[in-house]
Structures are given as C-alpha cells and as structure tokens.
Design a protein around this ligand. Structure first.
Ligand code: UDX
Length: 436
C-alpha cells in the first residue's frame, strides 16, 4: 500500500519512517524545500534517538522517500496522513492554518477516493471541518473519508512509542476507512496492542484528555512538593508511596520546574479554550496551567534565594536547556523562563546542554549566555550551579571536581537528581524540589 505523510516534523517523520518499516511504501511531503533537501541528503533536522537509523534503513530499502510534490505523492496513495503543525493561536486555541492549506490543496488535486488521516493534535470538531472544507472546495464529485488517529509519541522515545504504542486510537464514521487504517497498523496486532475504535469527536478528545491528565499529575505533585518544603516532608517518598497504589501509578509524579515541550502547554491551553467556548469552565485544567506558571517562578526564586537573595552580578551556571532529556527541543522549556528572569535580574549566565545549545542560541545569542563545552567548564568560577534538565550524563558527574571548580559550592537541583544528604556531606549548599 502507498501512503503519503504530509509534514516532516517530529510526528510526520516518525510516522513516515515507522510506516515504511511496517512495509508500506511511504512518501513524506513538506512544502519546505530546504527540509526535504536535508532529509534527502540523509540528515535529520532535529535530534531524536533511533530516528536516523530507521530513516536510513527504509530509504535504503526504497520504501521511504521525501518530496515537495504533494500532487504526485497523493496521486499514488490511498491514504494521506496529516502531520503538519498545529501551533498555539494567540487566543490559546490551536492554529489550524497549516491543516487548512493542505486540505485546500487536496481538494484541488484529489481525483479518486482517499482516506485522510489526521495525526496532528486538533481540537474536537476539526476532522468534521476537514471533510466539510474538502467538500466545499473539491473540483469533482470524488468522496474522501476522514479518520482521526492521534499520536501519543514522546520526544526522546518517539521511535519506540511508534513501534510499541500503549494503544492505537482510530476515530471515524466509515467502517471501510477504519478497516483500511486498522490494516496499516497490522504489525501491531502481533504485539497485542489494544485498538480503540470510536467516533471522530471521541478520538480527538482522547488525545487532549490524556495530555491534560498527565499534566495534572505533574502539577499535582509539584504542589505537593511545595507543601513538602513547608512541612519538612520528602516528596520522593510521598510520590513513591502514592505510586505503589495501582489506582494512582508511579509515572508522571516527578516534581520539577514545571512541564514544557511542544505538546502539554499548548494542548491543555487548547482544551481549556475549547471548553470555555462551549460555556464550560474546566476548573482542574485551568488550575494545572496556573500551577505550572507558578512552578517556574518558584524555580527562579529558589536560585535567587540560594544566591543570598539577589543575583545581580552573580555568575550562574545552568546544566540542561532542553525541555527534557534526549531532545534538542526547547519549546516551552523551563530554561527559557529561568534564563529570561535571571538575565532581567542582572545575573551573568553560563550554560551547557548536550544537544540543545544551537537551538537556545537562536533565542539567547552568545552575547547573553556563555555557552560551554562541558559541565565542568560551565561550573568554573560560578556562584551557583543549577541543574535544569535531567540528562543522564549529569547523574554521573564528578561532584568533588565540580565543587572545586565552583566559586561557591551552591547547587540548585531542579530535577532531584542528587541525594540531598550526600550533597550536604560533600559540603554543598544544596536544594532540590520538595525534599524538606
Ligand atoms: C507528551 C506526552 O507524553 C505524549 O504522549 C504526547 O503525545 C506529547 O506530549 P513530550 O512532550 O515528548 O510528550 O514529553 P513528556 O515526556 O511527556 O514530558 C513533558 C514535560 O513534563 C517535560 O517538560 C517533562 O520534564 C515534564 N515532566 C514529566 C515532569 O515535570 N514530571 C514528570 O513526572 C514527567
């Protein structure tokens, strides 16, 4: 079977490479010629473990190709996946202009039955709108079916999430189209992946509700961590014991500087707006957003307090800039807020990140931050070291060397990577999040 995947961002590229690996004939299309050239030359425009290998393997097997020619790709495909961006709109909703652009092009070029599958996260009602938009602009009497097939992949483990998903959600009206999409995911039957087959609106909402629930767990544990600090409790033990209750589960109970990334912040804003537009106030979701904003402010305050109440002229070294480990993505990263606020308060900043420094330089050029080659160079002469993102390589640092390099042995651990008692024994002024 031939399929087209439109959009070569995280979702598009992982979907394209993953489907090719399932044995389908895939063309990934993007209007950005430079991006397509990059991909054709064998480069991946962002860092994602395992993706390059998967792309290379399937390109070599001639199952995966890249193109800017949407018409040609679609002509050969029965199924067209939409994986273009749906960034936040100024009103907090999702900006659907890229989806609109592709659907209008499809209306222009499609001359036989197609199944259009939406992978991009879109507000409830969007898939029905896609069908309407296509029908209003189509040049002939050809029919299409629209399927909602939300993607749950996490950056940093996107390939794994595609190959071994927790579930596949397929929403639609046409049993024929649903069967086609189910057939595409046939290799997942072998690993007994559960399939949830439902209607369009339900599939769309499943994605938002899942992300909002995970974000709720994070904001919840962040608030409990803040309370732990006030009462002398240790949030690690609280979270561990909570997680041992099967109804709660151990995951997403790790406190920190608040969640970031390209999905959670935008998706929960969009969900809250969707509800408000229907006259309903999603009180929990609104609170999750508020708590997340506060958690970033608290992270900055922790650093300022550690520096004795003010940071003017102080040198602060940041370890980790990406919104989470194993990605170069800095969208909505807590580091962005922390850096902006510390600079505004007159601090001098040094930073090291294994993958995200080039991205970060686009927002904060080297005149504003001294970018370093490794954590030790960053720590040298600094008044305070801050662990912002828990990259694995930061777990095994030579802490006594770091301590010697620092001007003052202050360490703010925003991800609770280190052991507080051991850090104190070593002579660090140490603070984590919610650890008494
Ligand atoms: C998320 C969802 O997990 C994924 O299913 C969805 O499709 C897209 O959004 P992603 O944005 O890649 O994936 O990152 P994720 O690993 O979920 O982390 C999101 C943010 O939450 C990060 O900033 C992370 O640091 C933070 N987080 C996560 C915590 O602060 N504590 C936790 O316990 C877990």
């Amino acid at each position: 079977m031939h399929v087209t995947v439109v959009g070569t961002g995280y979702v598009g590229l992982v979907t394209g490479a993953g489907l090719a690996d399932f044995g389908l004939q895939v063309v990934c299309v993007d209007k950005d010629e430079e991006k397509i050239e990059t991909l054709r030359s064998g480069e991946i425009p962002f860092y994602e473990p395992g993706l390059k290998e998967l792309v290379d393997k399937n390109v070599r097997a001639k199952r995966l190709d890249f193109s800017t020619d949407l018409a040609e790709a679609v002509r050969r495909s029965l199924v067209v996946f939409l994986a273009v961006g749906t960034p936040p709109a100024p009103d907090g909703g999702a900006d659907l202009s890229q989806i609109r652009e592709v659907v209008l092009k499809l209306a222009d070029i499609v001359d036989e039955y197609k199944v259009v599958v939406t992978k991009s996260t879109v507000p409830v009602g969007t898939n029905r709108w896609i069908k309407r938009l296509f029908d209003e602009h189509k040049k002939n009497s050809i029919d299409i079916d629209v399927i909602s097939n939300p993607e749950f992949l996490r950056e940093g483990s996107a390939v794994k999430d595609f190959m071994w998903p927790n579930r596949v959600v397929i929403g639609g009206e046409s049993a024929y189209a649903i069967a086609i999409v189910k057939d595409i995911y046939r290799p997942l039957y072998l690993i007994e992946t559960p399939f949830v087959i439902t209607n369009l609106e339900t599939a769309e909402l499943i994605k938002y509700a899942s992300n909002a629930f995970l974000a709720t767990k994070i904001s919840f544990i962040n608030e409990i961590a803040n309370l732990c600090e006030l009462v002398g409790a240790d949030v690690h033990h609280v979270a561990k014991a909570m997680g041992l209750d099967g109804r709660i589960g151990p995951k997403f109970l790790h406190p920190g500087p608040g969640f970031g990334g390209s999905c959670f912040p935008k998706d929960i804003q969009a969900l809250a707006k969707l509800a408000r537009d229907r006259g309903y106030n999603l009180k929990i979701v609104e609170a999750v957003i508020e708590v997340n904003k506060d958690q970033r402010r608290r992270a900055v305050n922790k650093i300022v307090e550690m520096c004795g109440g003010e940071v003017t002229g102080k040198v602060i070294a940041l370890l980790g800039l990406s919104f989470k480990p194993n990605t170069s993505d800095i969208r909505e990263a807590p580091a962005l807020t922390i850096v902006a606020e510390l600079l505004a308060q007159g601090a001098k900043l040094k930073a090291y990140d294994p993958a995200a420094m080039e991205e970060f330089k686009r927002v904060f050029p080297p005149e504003k931050i001294l970018y370093c080659d490794d954590p030790y160079q960053a720590a040298e002469g600094a008044d305070c070291l801050v662990l912002v993102t828990e990259w694995n390589e930061f777990r095994y640092l030579d802490l006594s060397r770091l301590k010697d390099l620092l001007k003052s042995p202050r360490l703010v651990d925003l991800r609770n990577v280190y052991n507080p008692s051991r850090m104190k024994e070593m002579g660090f002024h140490y603070t984590g999040v919610g650890r008494g």
